[in-house]
Each structure stands twice: as structure tokens, then as C-alpha cells.
Design a binder for this molecule. Structure first.
Ligand SMILES: [Zn+2]
Length: 599
């Protein structure tokens, strides 16, 4: 349980941050009735099913089930844990968290300083690039790569002059010490001295989805590989700092997330992204000089239905593509591969063939399974029997990793047709590889799948419940949470342990507990006690707006429904005649009671 921060502080953070305000940074919200709604940031959709309630300070998506309070929204959008999300919100509201609250705030302060310093550096690099003399080499390089000023401005590109301390001086004039510059990755310590890290390089600011400059990539302007025996890397990136986590960010996602396309193109380099972007294709991102991580895949899947991998066409690129396919699949997503014949990367492809050809290549991107099978096929001579056997053996390995049984089946047919081996033989090879994997089903988007899995688990757990019972308990809890008067009536007849799901029992304990301490239960605070897999179910109790209203009669009716449903479940499972008779008598009584207030 991540509650290391006092309730007091959490309450203040909730009071001083408005969920509508915060969510609006990510989602264009429109007022609809008593709620706000917009396109869900957690799954891909074309019609808004994402709702935010100002009264309750909660969000809920009727499409994918994502749900929770502001802290949980921050956790998901920023990839933060509970404590860091609280820190971010505290900081935003100018609340200082006391040190004895279990953690210090050093890291957060540091991060803020680095972001300010990076912004200052980005402006400096940009102004250097614009300068006729200082930026000459940078200008020449970008002109050679056909990058116009319009694009330079969109990306905030710049130039780091070939100097040991021009940036350091500029930072000092703006209140940043050399130590800060070194700690923030803009300067390097060498033999007891501190120098500018980036010298004589075109600068690519790396900007997160909130618009912060979190780091830089710098490229040399000529392809000199060595100076005085020192190796000069073509690209130099900021090191990881308190503000820069390479594995959790992507170049240009800040721009790509606004594209209307449903997929994201993933490529290798900054120049690829820029070249494709200025050709009018905006849904493109790149990793930051490292192989793709699972966190990056998850980040992309938040904005994309499928990821289209567009890596270099050389051997290293193919290897990286295979790895990316695995990582994306591991993150619960689907990918396709864009094939660029006759060019080594997207930048070269567009310069050679034009934008339309590139768009065509994007449309023709092949599913990752097909890509993997085609690579295997290249290794064997499938005109020979031996070649066929080995090809089918390896291809079956690939198919065994395909989660979608229908998709696997389609490939089995295709392989049989391509090789002239009977479908039955290919199928039995496939079965051999998959025996032991019981769960084969159609893959869905991560979020949706998680939710389905949760619901499946619930159903098993809830054998002793019915949809009517759940609906009645949900609405009753919602009413109890919003009115002390209704709570008072209900708590005489139903106790936390009487609720039929684990989440409802936990939630009711928290609600009862609040009233016991003379507090009105606050949904946004209560939800902090739930883990991500319980959250949606708990949050729906508060976010149940079609049945917000109710009075004493509603409570009586709900309690009656709950009693009747429970009796029906017991009757269904009871075999002892005497007990059954008693249950039927109780049932009759409940029905009579129901009739008295229905008249
Ligand atoms: Zn959603």
C-alpha cells in the first residue's frame, strides 16, 4: 500500500488541484451535462467515451474501463508511482510536503532545475543556429539535408558552437552554476575542469508529452570520425538525469500524439523523424539512441492502435526490428513492418522516391508474423524437401508465439499453399509446438484485455452473485457514499462483510470508517487505497452517473433487491429440504415487503 504521505497532505493536494484543469492538458474536454468528456488518452477511439466529473474529481472511460482519481491519472499519464505523482501535484499547487512525511523532495527540486536549465540551453542553441557566424556550420548541414526554417522552428533545433564554455557562460548569466550544468548533462567534467558537453553539433531537443525539454541529442555536421586520436561519435545524447529517463520517453511523441492517425510509426533516428514529419506524416517517433524498451512500447500503445516499425534496412536494422516486434508484443500490442526497398532509411527513401511512395510503403506495411516468416523463408531453399521441412519447423515456432488463433490458422494455410505441403502436416507441426500452451485467443489491446481478464476472474470469484445483485450493491454504495442520511438507514441492515465482491467489501469498510470518524467519504481520497486492477470496479461505484439520484425509498428498494437476490442464489444451491422451506418463507416475506412500498 503506497500510503506513506499523511492524509492531511493528500487532502490538500486534492483540494488545490482540479482534475478538469489537469486532464485538459492531455484531453480536449467538452462540457456534456454534469460531466466533461473527450477522447480517451488510454485507448484509441474516434468518439469520446472518456468522462471527467468535477464534483467527484474522478475520471472514467466507458470504452476501456480506465478509471480513477487525479493522482491515478497522473500515475498513468506520467508513468509515475504514487509518491511521485503526489509530489508532482503538490509541486503544481505549491504545497510543500514536510520531510517527516516519509520522503525528501530533493529529486523533485533537482528535476525542476534541470528542466529550467534545459529550456534555457535550448533557446541558446536555437539563437546560435540563427546567428550567421556562430551557426554557419549548422545552417549548412540542415540546408544540405533539406530542412527548412519552418521545420527547424517546429522541432526547436539548434546549434552548439564549437567552444568549451559558450553555453556555460550563457547558463551562468541565467543563474545556473557549472556544477548544475554538469549534473544536468549539459557539461562534462574532465581532469578537474568542466566544459560544454555539446560542441560543434546540430542540437535536437527531446521534449516530453508535457512540453518539457528533458534532454538533447547532438549530431556532428561533418562525418569526421577522429580528431587528434579521439573518436568522435556521430550522435551524442544527454546522459540520464533526474529529468531524463531514456527508456520512458520518445523523440517527437509530443508532436505525434496530436496526429489524427490511428497508428504510430517508429523509426531509428532523429533525422528520419524530421524528414518524414516535414513530408506531412506526423505520426512518427524515434527511440533515444537506445533499443526500444517495454516502457516505450507501452507509452506508444497509449496513443496508437498499431506500431509500424520503420528501421534501417541493413542487418542491424532487421535485428532491431525483430527485437522491437517482441517488445511490442510483450507490452500487449501489435506491430507491422514497413519495408523500404532500395534505401537504407526513411530519410533516404523519401529523398530518392518522394513522399507518395513512402506513404504507399506505410500502407503496405506487413504484419509482424508475415515479416518473421519471410525472413525464415529466405534462409532455406524451399524447392527441396529438406529445405521445406526445416522451413516449416522454424515457421511453426513463429506461429506458436502468435496469440491470435485465427491469425495463426491463416498462416498455416498460407504456408501450406506456398510450400505445397499438406495443410494437415503444417498444422500438426504447429500443434506440436503449441501443446502445453492452453490459452490461445484473439489478442486485444492491452487495456481491454486486462479488463476482460479481470472480469473473467471476477466471474469465477463471483459465482455466488448475479448482475442484478452487483448493480444493486453498486448503486447502494454510491448512495451511501454521497449521503450520510442514506448511509444511516442502510448501515442498520447491511454490513461491509455482506457485500458480494472483495472490492465492494473493502470500499464499504472505507466508507463506513469515514462516517465513523464523522467525515464525509471523499471518493478521490478513498480510491487511493485501491490497486490498479481493483480501481475500475471501485471507481464505478462513484462514477455511476445514470443512477446518482435516490432517496430513502430507493435505499429500501435496493436493500430488498439485495436480500431477494441473495436468497435466490442460496435457494439455487441448497439441497436440504428443511432449509429450502425456510429460505422460501424468507423469500415470501421479502416479496411482501417489496409489495408494500411498491403500492
Ligand atoms: Zn479508454
Amino acid at each position: 500500500m503506497p500510503r506513506r504521505i499523511s492524509d492531511d497532505i493528500i487532502a490538500r493536494i486534492n483540494d488545490e488541484n482540479d482534475i478538469i484543469d489537469y486532464v485538459s492538458q492531455y484531453v480536449q474536454l467538452k462540457k456534456t451535462g454534469r460531466d466533461y468528456s473527450g477522447l480517451c488518452p488510454f485507448h484509441h477511439e474516434k468518439t469520446p467515451s472518456f468522462h471527467v466529473s468535477q464534483d467527484k474529481q474522478l475520471f472514467h472511460c466507458f470504452g476501456c474501463g480506465a478509471s480513477g482519481n487525479l493522482v491515478q491519472f497522473v500515475m498513468r499519464t506520467e508513468n509515475l508511482d504514487f509518491v511521485d505523482a503526489i509530489k508532482l501535484l503538490a509541486d503544481r499547487a505549491g504545497i510543500i510536503i514536510p520531510e517527516d512525511d516519509g520522503f525528501t523532495d530533493d529529486n523533485h527540486e533537482k528535476k525542476k532545475r534541470i528542466l529550467e536549465m534545459n529550456k534555457c540551453a535550448a533557446r541558446f542553441f536555437y539563437s546560435c543556429l540563427k546567428d550567421k557566424k556562430l551557426g554557419e556550420k549548422g545552417q549548412q548541414y540542415l540546408a544540405k539535408r533539406n530542412i527548412p526554417w519552418k521545420t527547424i522552428t517546429v522541432y526547436g533545433l539548434g546549434y552548439a558552437p564549437d567552444s568549451r564554455d559558450l553555453l556555460l557562460k550563457h547558463l551562468a548569466a541565467n543563474g545556473f552554476s557549472v556544477e548544475e550544468a554538469a549534473d544536468g548533462g549539459l557539461a562534462v567534467r574532465r581532469e578537474g575542469k568542466i566544459y560544454d558537453k555539446f560542441r560543434g553539433r546540430v542540437m535536437f531537443p527531446i521534449i516530453d508529452v508535457r512540453g518539457n525539454v528533458i534532454g538533447f541529442g547532438g549530431r556532428v555536421t561533418d562525418d569526421v570520425k577522429e580528431v587528434n586520436g579521439y573518436k568522435i561519435p556521430k550522435y551524442l545524447n544527454s546522459p540520464e538525469t533526474a529529468a531524463f529517463d531514456k527508456g520512458r520517453n520518445l523523440f517527437s511523441l509530443n508532436l505525434a500524439k496530436n496526429s489524427k492517425e490511428s497508428d504510430l510509426i517508429l523509426c531509428e533516428g532523429y533525422m528520419d523523424v524530421i524528414s518524414v514529419y516535414q513530408a506531412g506524416i506526423k505520426n512518427i517517433v524515434a527511440t533515444l539512441g537506445t533499443a526500444i524498451t517495454e516502457n516505450q512500447a507501452k507509452l506508444m500503445l497509449r496513443y496508437a492502435g498499431e506500431i509500424l516499425i520503420c528501421y534501417d534496412s541493413d542487418e542491424a536494422g532487421v535485428k532491431a526490428t525483430l527485437r522491437a516486434i517482441d517488445v511490442i508484443s510483450g507490452a500487449g500490442g501489435r506491430s507491422r513492418v514497413i519495408k523500404l526497398g532500395g534505401a537504407k532509411d526513411p530519410d533516404e527513401y523519401i529523398n530518392k522516391n518522394g513522399v507518395e511512395k513512402f506513404k504507399e510503403a506505410v500502407r503496405k506495411a506487413v504484419p509482424s508474423t508475415e515479416f518473421r516468416i519471410s525472413l525464415i523463408k529466405k534462409q532455406y531453399d524451399t524447392t527441396t524437401t529438406d529445405g521445406k521441412i526445416m522451413f516449416i519447423d522454424e515457421a511453426a515456432n513463429v506461429l506458436a508465439s502468435v496469440k491470435d488463433a485465427v491469425e495463426a490458422d491463416a498462416y498455416i494455410t498460407k504456408i501450406a499453399e506456398d510450400t505445397g505441403i499438406s495443410r494437415g502436416a503444417v498444422l500438426s507441426k504447429y500443434r506440436e509446438k503449441t501443446s502445453g500452451n492452453r490459452h490461445r485467443r484473439i489478442p486485444m489491446k492491452t487495456e481491454y484485455r486486462k479488463q476482460t481478464e479481470r472480469k473473467e476472474r471476477e466471474t469465477v470469484r463471483k459465482e455466488n452473485t448475479t448482475p442484478t445483485l452487483i448493480a444493486a450493491e453498486k448503486r447502494l454504495l454510491g448512495l451511501m457514499a454521497q449521503s450520510k442520511k442514506l448511509y444511516k438507514i442502510a448501515e442498520k441492515r447491511i454490513k461491509p462483510d455482506d457485500f458480494s465482491t472483495q472490492v465492494y467489501r473493502k470500499l464499504s469498510r472505507l466508507i463506513y470508517d469515514s462516517y465513523d470518524h464523522d467525515n464525509a467519504p471523499e471518493p478521490a481520497i478513498i480510491l487511493n487505497s485501491f490497486d490498479s486492477d481493483e480501481l475500475s470496479e471501485a471507481s464505478e461505484v462513484f462514477y455511476n452517473f445514470e443512477v446518482y439520484d435516490g432517496d430513502e425509498a430507493t435505499v429500501a428498494e435496493l436493500l430488498n433487491t439485495i436480500t431477494l437476490e441473495k436468497l435466490d442464489i442460496r435457494i439455487k444451491n441448497e439441497t436440504n429440504a428443511a432449509v429450502l422451506a425456510e429460505l422460501f418463507r424468507e423469500r415470501q416475506k421479502a416479496i411482501e415487503e417489496k409489495n408494500t412500498w411498491e403500492d
